[in-house]
Design a protein around this ligand. Sequence first.
Ligand code: ZN
Length: 203
Amino acid sequence: MKIICVGRNYAAHIAELDNEKPADPVLFMKPDSAILLKKNPFLIPHFSNEVHHEVEILVKIDKIGKHIDQKFAHKYYNEIGLGIDFTARDLQQQLKEQGLPWEKAKSFDGSAVVGKFLPKSKFESVDNIAFRLEKNGKVVQEANTALLLWKIDTLIEYISKYFTLKIGDIIFTGTPAGVGKVRANDVLTGFIEDKELFSVKVK
Ligand code: ZN
């Protein structure tokens, strides 16, 4: 399976990092080795002094497809989840300045937290899902998929122009504002509405 991530998909997050709003979705990937194994703590990698949490809504693909029209995109997923795109921000900044790919900063082992999934049918609309991340019991990121610049079905159309989507692939739809540094002993807990979907300890 593969993980396709979307960057710069919430206006307030673009502003907090001083980025420009892209004309098209920014895409990058994480390999399956990036997935943090269930119940394991997240280990801050030795090559970074500034790892940020990025909470994101996840979409699990359950049908193979290429060149999917957004009208039919809803037929390609049945589950919505929540995860963290851990980012070595210091390294990413260096790579950006050098015009190099971001993988070392975004796709290292353990950098993808994939929480539990909920059936899509639980939601009236996937474009109105409230979610949040708590750090040590305090809300640090809070948003709603209504604020996505590119909504889920539009992303599926765009992504599938470049990459065949396969069963089990996961889309990370982008992070809202409030990203920040994690430290040893932090506990990060993610919620969709009032359901807890993951809790990760940092070491
Ligand atoms: Zn992200």
